[in-house]
Design a protein around this ligand. Structure first.
Ligand SMILES: Cc1ncc(COP(=O)(O)O)c(C=O)c1O
Length: 405
C-alpha cells in the first residue's frame, strides 16, 4: 500500500493507543485500572443535553456558518469577558471540531513549509505531530535539570529567523504544572516585540487547585490591533466533561480569524450544529458542574500525591491543575515505554510513557477516575516495582506473587 510521506512521518496518538489497549483488555474481562485517561468521568451538563436534544427534535439539522452558530460565538465572547476580562467580537472567534482541530486549523493558517514552532517539553503529544502535518518544524525545548517550566532563556535560545510561533499550555498536560505569571508576561512581551505568534492552549484553565488562578496571556497583551500575535485555544472537552462533543474554539485577531475561516470552510465546512448547540447550552447554562469537577479533581490530586509520596523511588512535582501528574520513575526503569508496558502486563495498570510528552523516565498518571482506581492503581504499581512492598497482591480475584526484582 502506498501512503504519503506525511502519513508515514506522523506518529499514532500514544494516548489513544493506551485507551485502546485498556479497552481490549477490559473486553477480555481483565481487571484493568486506567490511569492513562484524558477525560473526566462526570456527566455532560444537563443544559448541553437539553439544548442538543431540542435542536435535534426540530429535525432541522443543517450546515452552519463556518465560524460557528451565533448563540455559541456569543457565548464564547461572554465567556472571554467573564473569565479573562477581555472584550472580543465575532470577528475574533472561530468554532472548530475540538481544540485539537482548532490547533490544526490554526497551524494550517500560520505555518509555511519549514517554519519553526517552539514547543516546551513536557508538551501535549499532538503539538509536534500537527506541526509536522502542515510541513512545519517542531522545535522542542527541554528545560535542563528536569524542570517542567521553561525559563525565558530556554525558549529564546531556540528562536531563529524561521520561528513562527511558540506554543504553551498551562496548566499543562502532562505535568499539571502552571507557568508563573512572570513567565507568561515576559513571553507575551517578547512575542509582541519579535513578531512571533504566541499560542496559549487554555483547555485546562479553569481546572486549577489550591485557590490559584491560571495567569492568562490576555492579562499582559498590549496589542489589541489586527496585528496582535496572541492566540488562545480552548474548548468544552475538559471543563464540561464534553470530550465526545468535539467543540473547541480559537480567539485571534480579525485578519487571522478570516484566514482561518477560509481554511476551516474547505476542511470541514463547520462543526455539527447539534454539537455546537450543546456547547452553547453548556456555556450559557448552570456553571456549578465546573466547580464540582474542579473540587473533585483537587481531592483526587491530593490522594494521588499522598500515595506517590509513600513510594521511595518516585519523585513527584505537585500539579497545580488539570487531572494529570508526571512522576519521575527513572529510579526503577530508564525507559518509560518499557516501564508502561511492564506495568500493563504485570499489574494491569494503564499509564502513558513520559517519552511521548518529550520527558523520558516519567509516567503520566491521570487522576480523573475514582478514588478506588487511584489508590488501587498506585498500590499495584508499588507492588510491581518496589521490592520493599509486600510481594503478594490481589488483582481482581487473582492472588499474584512478585517473582521478579
Ligand atoms: C493540552 C490539550 N489541548 C487540546 C486537547 C484536545 O481537546 P479537544 O478534545 O477539544 O480536541 C487536549 C486533550 O487531551 C489537551 O490535553
Amino acid at each position: 500500500m502506498s501512503v504519503s510521506q506525511l502519513a508515514r512521518a506522523v506518529h499514532a496518538s500514544p494516548t489513544l493507543a493506551m485507551n485502546e489497549a485498556a479497552r481490549l483488555l477490559r473486553e477480555k474481562g481483565e481487571p484493568v485500572i486506567h490511569l492513562g485517561a484524558g477525560e473526566p468521568k462526570s456527566k455532560v451538563p444537563i443544559d448541553a443535553v437539553l439544548s442538543c436534544a431540542a435542536q435535534l427534535k426540530t429535525a432541522d439539522v443543517r450546515y452552519t456558518p463556518t465560524e460557528g452558530i451565533r448563540p455559541l460565538t456569543q457565548a464564547i465572547i461572554r465567556y472571554t469577558e467573564e473569565n479573562y476580562n477581555k472584550i472580543i467580537g465575532n470577528e475574533n472567534v472561530v468554532v472548530h471540531s475540538g481544540a485539537k482541530q482548532a490547533f490544526y486549523n490554526l497551524m494550517m493558517t500560520i505555518i509555511n513549509p519549514q517554519d519553526e514552532v517552539i514547543i516546551p517539553a513536557p508538551y501535549w503529544v499532538s503539538y509536534p505531530e500537527i506541526v509536522k502535518m502542515v510541513y512545519g518544524k517542531p522545535i522542542v525545548v527541554r528545560p535542563e535539570d528536569g524542570r517542567f517550566v521553561p525559563t525565558m532563556n530556554d525558549l529564546t535560545q531556540s528562536v531563529s529567523s524561521y520561528t513562527k510561533a511558540i506554543v504553551i499550555n498551562s496548566p499543562n498536560n502532562p505535568s499539571g504544572v502552571m507557568y508563573p505569571a512572570e513567565l507568561i508576561q515576559e513571553l507575551v512581551e517578547y512575542c509582541e516585540k519579535k513578531d512571533i505568534y504566541l499560542v496559549m492552549d487554555d483547555i485546562y484553565h479553569r481546572l486549577v487547585f489550591d485557590g490559584k488562578k491560571a495567569p492568562s496571556v490576555f492579562d499582559f497583551s498590549k496589542d489589541n490591533s489586527d496585528a496582535s500575535k496572541i492566540i488562545v485555544v480552548n474548548g468544552v472537552s475538559k471543563m464540561y466533561a464534553m470530550t465526545g462533543f468535539r467543540i473547541g474554539w480559537t480567539i485571534a485577531n480579525k485578519k487571522l480569524t478570516e484566514a482561518m475561516i477560509n481554511i476551516s470552510a474547505q476542511n470541514t465546512s463547520c462543526p455539527s450544529v447539534l454539537l455546537q448547540t450543546a456547547a452553547a447550552g453548556a456555556l450559557n447554562g448552570i456553571q456549578s458542574g465546573v466547580e464540582s469537577l474542579r473540587l473533585q479533581l483537587e481531592n483526587n490530586r491530593n490522594i494521588m500525591l499522598t500515595e506517590l509520596r509513600a513510594f521511595n523511588g518516585v519523585k513527584v512535582t505537585p500539579p497545580d491543575g488539570t487531572f494529570y501528574c508526571l512522576p519521575d520513575f527513572s529510579a526503577y526503569r530508564k525507559s518509560s515505554v518499557e516501564l508502561a508496558k511492564f506495568l500493563l502486563e504485570k499489574a494491569m495498570v494503564v499509564t502513558v510513557p513520559g517519552k511521548e510528552f518529550g520527558v523520558e523516565g516519567h509516567l503520566r498518571l491521570s487522576y480523573c477516575g475514582s478514588i478506588k482506581e487511584i489508590t488501587q492503581g498506585i498500590a499495584r504499581i508499588k507492588w510491581a516495582l518496589d521490592p520493599d512492598s509486600p510481594n503478594e497482591i490481589y488483582i481482581g480475584d487473582r492472588k499474584l506473587r512478585r517473582d521478579w526484582v
